[in-house]
Design a protein around this ligand. Structure first.
Ligand code: FAD
Length: 265
């Protein structure tokens, strides 16, 4: 989409090939770098960058390795903070083998508070950075990190969020859902949950409009009011969890509410 324009009865989206689509409401569900958000919040759409660096990759694990994690850590998912380096680790299973003997797939992610030394560190191949950050963890994780093939694709993850600031919904003809509306960092694992609740709440309010109980404009405003109340707090708590997750003292001794507390959705 390259443009959006008000038109008779609603809104029109204009695409790169010149084609257009008209509708009553244009919903931006286009993720953290949303183009729709640029139109609705032209001066405030930019993402906020957190002072955290992170690297992650998808990797293969044997059944024996996965069973060790299952029996000693968690069968699907774990996160933690290293007591000496304060590096944060996140592991989750992505896929199980389709036939016996084939490997499992998992993802591993390490993050740390950005510091001056990172400028040199991040000039190295990212697989070396990944290994350096992973080696201090428990031996079975170190073994996995050390045995990664040299062609493993490691990605630098940018930690960004957007605290759902007020936007102009063009008189109720456009709105945002999911990460476009409230991109949050991963430390509470809440982003998808909110995206699903957004879709349900927006569908409910739009249904009320089609049933003739309220106008489309009021439906969009009602959705945004409910969503913002819930999502703004989630973005802020996730940001706090991002800070707490890199402080072992805070997690271990004080018990970070942001990181460990119950999720509202
Ligand atoms: C490493 C990592 C781990 C995570 N773990 C969790 C977790 O455990 N639990 C959780 O709840 N959340 C988690 N999240 C967050 C979760 O992934 C997001 O909140 C969720 O994907 C948001 O969904 P979305 O549909 O709003 O956006 P997206 O998933 O970003 O989808 C947007 C879609 O729009 C498409 N798009 C964008 N621009 C255009 C365009 N111009 N034209 C056409 N299409 C376009 C994109 O290609 C994409 O398919 C994690 C995120 C990361 C990065």
């Amino acid at each position: 989409m390259v443009n959006m324009e008000k038109c008779e009865g609603g809104i029109r989206a204009v695409f790169t090939d010149g084609s257009t689509v008209r509708g009553s409401v244009l919903v931006g569900a286009d993720g953290p770098t949303s183009i729709v958000r640029k139109f609705l919040a032209p001066t405030t759409h930019e993402l906020h960058r957190l002072p955290i660096n992170a690297v992650g990759c998808a990797l293969e694990m044997s059944e024996e390795q996965v069973n060790y994690f299952k029996d000693h850590v968690d069968p699907l998912y774990f996160m933690g903070t290293h007591p000496e380096t304060d590096t944060f680790v996140f592991w989750s299973l992505l896929d199980t083998p389709t036939s016996p003997g084939n490997p499992y797939r998992a993802q591993v992610y390490f993050s740390w508070i950005a510091c001056d030394a990172d400028e040199e560190l991040l000039k190295q191949p990212l697989l070396d950075v990944f290994r350096e950050k992973g080696r201090p963890f428990f031996p079975r994780l170190r073994e996995i990190v050390d045995s990664l093939p040299d062609d493993t694709v490691v990605t630098k993850v940018n930690l960004v969020d957007w605290p759902s600031v007020e936007w102009d919904n063009w008189n109720g003809t456009s709105t945002l859902i999911g990460d476009a509306a409230h991109c949050m960092v991963i430390y509470r694992g809440e982003g998808v949950n909110h995206a699903i609740v957004d879709a349900c709440q927006l569908a409910d309010t739009i249904k009320s409009a089609f049933d003739g109980r309220i106008s489309i404009k009021d439906a969009v405003n009602e959705y945004e009011q409910k969503m913002r109340l819930r999502a703004k707090e989630a973005v802020e708590t996730s940001r706090q969890a991002g800070h707490d997750g890199h402080c072992y003292e805070k997690v271990d001794k004080e018990g970070s509410f942001a990181l460990l507390g119950e999720k509202p959705v």
